[in-house]
Design a protein around this ligand. Structure first.
Ligand code: HEM
Length: 184
């Protein structure tokens, strides 16, 4: 029963953490794009995005991360045998990458607030794809464990995710070009 509670809360933590990460970088994109607006709209938009980013990071994203990791520790205390398994070692390595992503977002948030961020919106769009890849592999490792699937289904899903990611990038580029043409 305790184990099931840990697992349920672990999964809820994951959902909250990822919702926060995905939306946060989307806000960063809007924040950077606000720099092309004339004043006073630019100042108002930037202040509003900075506030939304700070609240999202502190009230949703970081607590989601803490719940995910705290519940995972509980799961491992009750299931110590997995500590010797390669799937868990790989999962933990990817979680360290995810934590790095999380804290780097905290740094970008600070830079955007200070006006010292040098990232373009196109770069942030690509950056926003990284957690999707981590989510995909980490969930497969959690579900399949040592029997990680490398068959057709996995590659079909990988292909689909790549096509979706590229479509989003191309659509954003087309919109940017259309806007540039309209403003000339
Ligand atoms: C500190 C980092 C983490 C550790 C030590 C950890 C460990 C675990 C453990 C021991 C389980 C139980 C597996 C089972 O009962 O079959 C589990 C379940 C799960 N974890 Fe994690 N996890 C971590 C982070 C994450 C993250 C970041 C994600 C999502 C990206 C994630 C997704 C899942 C999912 C979806 C399950 C449910 C799997 C199932 O019931 O089949 N975990 N995790």
């Amino acid at each position: 029963m305790t184990y099931s509670w840990f697992k349920a809360l672990h999964i809820i933590g994951v959902v909250v953490w990822f919702a926060g990460l995905f939306y946060l970088v989307r806000l960063f994109i809007y924040h950077v794009e606000a720099q092309t607006q004339p004043e006073p709209a630019q100042g108002i938009l930037k202040a509003q995005y900075a506030l939304m980013e700070k609240r999202l990071y502190n009230i949703i994203t970081t607590p989601g991360m803490i719940v995910t990791v705290a519940m995972a520790v509980g799961l491992l205390v009750l299931q110590r045998g997995w500590l010797h398994d390669w799937w868990l070692h790989l999962k933990l390595t990817l979680v360290v990458c995810l934590l790095g992503y999380h804290f780097y977002c905290g740094r970008l948030l600070h830079q955007l607030e200070q006006g010292t961020c040098t990232w373009t919106s196109g770069q942030l769009r690509a950056f926003n794809e990284a957690p999707t890849v981590l989510l995909f592999v980490i969930v497969l490792l959690a579900v399949f464990k040592n029997n990680f699937p490398l068959g057709g289904t996995t590659w079909a899903v990988v292909g689909l995710v790549i096509v979706m990611g590229l479509s989003i990038q191309l659509y954003a580029r087309k919109r940017r070009l259309d806007q540039e043409m309209a403003s000339h």
